[in-house]
Structure formats: C-alpha cells, structure tokens
Design a binder for this molecule. Structure first.
Ligand code: IPM
Ligand code: MN
Length: 362
C-alpha cells in the first residue's frame, strides 16, 4: 500500500474586483507547493461581498459561512466596488467581511510589513530611512472596538440629524489580544508597542491599563506605548524602532495601510486572521481595486504571501511557507515586478505572469 498524501480543505472566497485574479495566482502557487512538499489541497469556492449581493441579496450568505466553518482555512480575495457604494451600511460588501471575521471568531489580525531589498526604490521613504530596515508586525484586534460597537442615526432633542458609533472594549477582549501580542513579540525581537489614544479616550486608558497588567507576565518583553497620532508619524520617520505593534480595530486598520505603503506598495502586504483554533482567514490587505480589475495589472504577491501565512499558521507547514516567501523574493531579485512596485530597471509583468514566475521558483 502507498501512503495517502495529507489532504487539506481550503474555502476560497475570491470576492470582487481584482479578488478573483489574485486568488487564482495564489491557488497556482499553493498547488505547486503541495506537489513539492507532498500535501494535497481541495478547494471549495463560495461567494462573499458584491458578487454575493448580486446572487443572493446578502454580502455573506449562510452557506459561505458554513463552508468556511467546516474548512481547514479560508483564502480570500477582496470585496467592494462602485456598484455597491450607496447601499446601507449593513448591506454593503464590507459588511460581509466584518461578519465573516466575527462569525469565525477571528479576533487577531496579523499584518506584517517587510521591505524586500529589491523594492527599496519603490518605497516612498528616502533610502536613508529605509536602509535601517523595516520589519514590523502589526497585530490588529479584529472583532471588537468601534467597528462592532452600537451604531445609529438619530435626531437630537433640537431636531438635528446626528449619527454615532461606539468604541467599546471588554476586558477579556483586551487581555487576549495583549497576551497574544506578548507571545508574538517573544518569537520575534522581543519588543512590543501598544498604540492607543489614552490622552483622550477612556477606552484607550482602559486598554493601556490592561496591557500593563498583562506585561507583568512577560518581563522579558520590552513594552512601550504610543498615541496613535504619534505612531503614524513615527512609522515614517523611524520605522526601524518597531517590532510588534498591538492596537485596536480602527487604529490597526489605518496604521496597517500606512505601514503597507512603506514597503513600496500595498500590493505586497498579506494578512492572517486567527482565533482560538487553527482555522484562519488569509487575505491581502489591499482592497478590490475595481479600476484595474480584469486588466491583468494587479499585484498578486500580497495574496500569494497570504497563502504562505496560511500554510504557516493553519497547517503548520513552515518549510512550505518559507519556500513561497523565498520564491517571491527571488522574483523581485530577478527584477520582475508588477506596475505598482516597478522600480527603474524592472521588467513590468502582469498578474498572471507574476503568478507563473513565483510557481517557477518554488
Ligand atoms: C481591511 C479593510 C476592511 C476593514 C474593510 C473592507 C471592511 O479596510 O481589511 O483593512 O476595515 O477591516
Ligand atoms: Mn483597511
């Protein structure tokens, strides 16, 4: 008898805009990695976002959520587009994304921002800053805070229209993300920066108190705190000071786009969203970019690197994950770049070819 290859199930949610084309490249790369490292992946496709609204009237159909729950991991493209921009908040494609994150209990969002040396010229920062190295891991709390607090349109006593969103964090939510942040820093360079707005917001003072409490369990980790406005500034003047950054949902959303851009293009930034189990959701940080969708121009590397994170965190296949990351680096060293990252001497290639070039180097 021959041994069966280990088989994994991935739910694939291509979504809208450039989602399907970048996901297709990541699937090619995963298949090649499986051949090389001796595992097999079965894919089940489902809808999320605008495409799901068109087909079913809702951005996250129950079947999609159920499929994800019964899979080993979820690979996602992106959601959103002009067609759905004027729908009410809870009917928008983005609502599907928020719902899948909370529906799967994915409270921890890892967004690593690394500058690859061939892309130093693509970073908007001057080389005197980038040459000190950028290797930051943003850990964004993903299922709490202002994105999930009560929100409402109201009429005030004086008859004026108003709206509010509520930023709320429960102790348990802050404790678990803080603990994870310290554990993560321990596996890296041992430095943790907690970002808040404790000079103004009560929820931030509460957040900071709890982070300090949890830090007592991690005397080996160097902890500091920054206000979010200062953190935004520090990211562009002294990015080398950061190792792990932990922050709430909204600040993490904003700072991770900023950190992404330091690397040359948001088209490079992968993400992993994890909860208590090994089931994770992996997606590029960039959006659906409807303006370039279907034109073979999109950069698939963020999604390909998200697939590497999938192998690492959900399947514990570190060497296979590393092989993908090394292949990406080799493609860049060979000066093959999509137009968003193209440096002066680069040969500009499309989305499909970028996928092939990564496959060829695994
Ligand atoms: C992201 C996106 C989403 C978010 C949107 C599309 C709901 O901006 O993943 O960063 O705000 O989390
Ligand atoms: Mn965002």
């Amino acid at each position: 008898m021959f041994a069966m290859k280990k088989t994994y199930n991935i739910a694939v949610l291509p979504g809208d805009g450039i989602g399907p084309e970048v996901v297709k490249q990541a699937v090619k790369v995963l298949n090649k990695t499986g051949e090389k490292f001796g595992f097999y992946i079965e894919y089940s496709y489902a809808d999320i976002g605008g495409i799901a609204i068109e087909k079913t009237g809702t951005p996250l159909p129950d079947e999609t959520l159920e499929l994800c729950k019964s899979s080993d991991a979820v690979l996602m493209g992106a959601v959103g587009g002009y067609e759905w921009d004027n729908l009410p908040g809870d009917k928008r494609p983005e609502a599907g994304l928020l719902k899948i994150r909370s529906g799967l209990g994915l409270f921890a969002n890892y967004r690593p921002a690394v500058i690859y040396s061939p892309l130093i010229g693509a970073s908007p920062l001057q080389e005197r800053i980038t040459k000190k190295g950028v290797d930051i891991l943003i850990l964004r709390e993903l299922t709490g805070g202002i994105y999930f607090g009560e929100k409402k349109r109201i009429t005030t006593k004086t008859g004026e229209q108003a709206a509010y969103d509520t930023m709320i964090y429960r102790r348990s939510e802050v404790e678990r993300i803080a603990r994870l942040a310290f554990e993560t820093a321990r596996m890296r360079r041992g430095k943790l920066t907690s970002v808040d707005k404790a000079n103004v917001l009560e929820v931030s003072r509460f957040w900071r108190e709890i982070v300090i409490e949890v830090s007592k369990e991690y005397p080996d980790i160097e902890l500091n705190h920054l206000y979010v406005d200062n953190a935004a500034m520090q990211l562009v003047i002294h990015p080398e000071q950061f190792d792990v950054i932990v922050t709430g949902n909204m600040f993490g959303d904003i700072l991770s786009d900023e950190a992404a851009m330091l690397t040359g293009s948001i088209g490079m930034l992968p993400s992993a969203s994890l909860g208590e189990s090994s089931l994770g959701l992996y997606e590029p940080v960039h959006g659906s970019a409807p303006d370039i969708a279907g034109r073979d121009m999109a950069n698939p590397l963020a999604t390909i690197l998200s697939a590497a994170m999938l192998l690492r965190y959900s399947f514990k296949l570190e060497p296979a994950a590393k092989a993908i990351e090394d292949a990406v680096e080799k493609v860049l060293e060979d000066n093959l770049m999509t137009c968003d990252i193209a440096t002066e001497n680069a040969k500009v290639i499309g989305c499909e070819q970028m996928g092939d070039e990564v496959v060829a180097r695994i």
